[in-house]
Design a protein around this ligand. Sequence first.
Ligand SMILES: NC(=O)c1ccc[n+]([C@@H]2O[C@H](COP(=O)([O-])OP(=O)(O)OC[C@H]3O[C@@H](n4cnc5c(N)ncnc54)[C@H](OP(=O)(O)O)[C@@H]3O)[C@@H](O)[C@H]2O)c1
Length: 167
Amino acid sequence: MVSLIVAASENNVIGKDGKLPWRLKDDMQFFKKLTTSHVLIMGRKTFESLPKVLPNRVHIIVSRDKNYDVDDENCYVLNILDEAIDFARTFLGKEIFIIGGGTIYEQAIKKKVVKKIYLTRVKAILEGDTFFPEISPAEWKEVARYSYPQNENNQYPFDIIEYERID
Ligand SMILES: NC(=O)c1ccc[n+]([C@@H]2O[C@H](COP(=O)([O-])OP(=O)(O)OC[C@H]3O[C@@H](n4cnc5c(N)ncnc54)[C@H](OP(=O)(O)O)[C@@H]3O)[C@@H](O)[C@H]2O)c1
């Protein structure tokens, strides 16, 4: 199963200056629980925005730079997104999560192999430089929604919304 996981503000901002423009601890915990022991596909810039290689997850990094290399046994670099997805499928029994950033989401959301979106909708209108595309209601249906309040863990209130592709 190939899923896409993203957090976006109400105006679809996902990043600013190479970072996330919010601090949402409960969302980080959701991301960790959902993705641990599975396979992550990400763009080179998102990989470089991580504080470290995420424990217990295979990282597949997409870059057009044939010389780009990451010296870590859990990291693989591929030059073509479709080949990254095919390679991810070789890790049998693991789910595949596309974790961004903007350029990868833009391409992946159109791919029929991506069957599910986990969207954290941050309830704020924010400034940023990287965006998530609109989720077309003709192609995606909401199947679940969980609300989280603003509190000492979460800078803004947010909903985690699950969408499934309409075939
Ligand atoms: N809110 C969220 O859920 C979320 C999630 C992830 C990231 N982010 C944020 O998003 C921002 C980064 O996103 P971004 O759009 O700037 O960069 P990105 O998508 O993470 O990475 C872009 C890079 O990926 C490679 N790439 C993209 N498409 C490719 C393809 N078809 N084939 C081969 N390589 C390809 C290229 O690497 P090369 O230049 O090396 O060729 C490209 O420069 C940061 O601010 C980050 O914090 C937010």
